[in-house]
Design a protein around this ligand. Structure first.
Ligand SMILES: Nc1ncnc2c1ncn2[C@@H]1O[C@H](COP(=O)(O)OP(=O)(O)O)[C@@H](O)[C@H]1O
Ligand SMILES: [Mg+2]
Length: 292
């Protein structure tokens, strides 16, 4: 993906650093309230099962959070609650200063970029890569309105930026996993979101592709008005850009706080139920599970 070149491109064009468009002005309260995400005592129950319980989590402006936890620990459910695609059984969800239940979700979602397998399932796979990116302008999964020339220009530039210009007219369903992930990140950036949620964005990528995408994510984290939430199974994917880490276990918060406090062998061993040792290299944290 030519990461250095792309970072230079951003710095030169201000592509990801440009101001919000008129429909995306921070709305009143979010300027007063420093929290980007404010989740208070949230529970989510289904089929008599507590999938999430007693979750309290705050993301402040200027922070970038990574979320880790085993399969089924509730990471995607938590983020579907944060994006308003699920409703909590108990507790309050407040995003960008807006309390869910008192806000027009369709409008708010344009300020939130979301990449998730959960979203990929909702995407109409027969649409072209360009059409998928364009849906990001409307925070919809299909293209129901005619995009403006500016939208077309931005979508094309985003596809170029992510090295996907050659597949712009190709159906999403036939793209490689790496291309699909990059198209979905381009889609998430269409509306210049204040909050960007990447749920297992690196899943299934080979090593060079993963490292290239992590460099892209680092570049996205440098936009001063943007907050990132990044879900991963792999602790070594938590790059220097991330300031805080949330660990979920069995639908509950096992640990949360500044990265250096949470990504320790002691905290992770207790949170994950296996004996973990952490080695730090180049600002990243490499886990090893100790046997016996
Ligand atoms: N709408 C739902 N109805 C029933 N069970 C669900 C629902 N959403 C999630 N789950 C269950 O909740 C648990 C957590 O899922 P998920 O949030 O996808 O975990 P993770 O993203 O951490 O792998 C899983 O056991 C899953 O089967
Ligand atoms: Mg998940």
């Amino acid at each position: 993906m030519g990461c250095n070149l792309q970072v230079q491109l951003e710095e030169k064009t201000g592509f990801f650093f440009s101001g919000s468009s008129s429909s995306l002005q921070p709305e009143g309260l979010s300027m007063l309230n420093g929290s980007v995400i404010d989740i208070k005592d949230v529970a989510f129950l289904r089929d008599n099962r507590t999938i999430l319980g007693g979750i309290t989590w705050q993301v402040q402006r200027g922070q970038h959070w990574a979320i880790v936890g085993a399969n089924g620990s509730g990471k995607t459910t938590l983020l579907r609650l944060a994006t308003g695609y699920l409703w909590p059984s108990r507790g309050q969800v407040c995003v960008l200063g807006n309390v869910y239940g008192e806000v027009d979700l369709a409008r708010l979602r344009r300020r939130i970029g979301w990449v998730s397998s959960s979203l990929t399932e909702m995407i109409r796979r027969h649409q072209t890569a360009l059409e998928i990116v364009l849906t990001g302008a409307f925070a919809s999964t299909g293209l129901f309105a005619r995009p403006s020339p500016q939208d077309l220009e931005r979508a094309t530039a985003l596809l170029n930026h992510f090295g996907c210009a050659a597949v712009a007219a190709t159906r999403f369903g036939v793209l490689s996993l790496g291309e699909q992930q990059r198209v979905l990140i381009a889609r998430a950036l269409m509306a210049e979101p204040e909050l960007l949620i990447l749920d297992e964005a690196c899943a299934g990528l080979d090593l060079p592709m993963r490292e290239a995408l992590l460099a892209e994510i680092d570049a996205l984290a440098r936009a001063p008005s943007r907050t990132l939430v990044f879900v991963t199974h792999h602790i070594e994917e938590i790059t220097a850009s991330f300031s805080h880490v949330l660990v979920l276990r069995g639908g509950q918060v096992a640990a949360a706080g500044p990265k250096a406090d949470v990504l320790t062998g002691e905290v992770l061993s207790a949170a994950m139920g296996v004996c973990v040792r952490i080695d730090r290299h180049d600002g990243r944290f490499w886990p090893r599970v100790l046997r016996g």
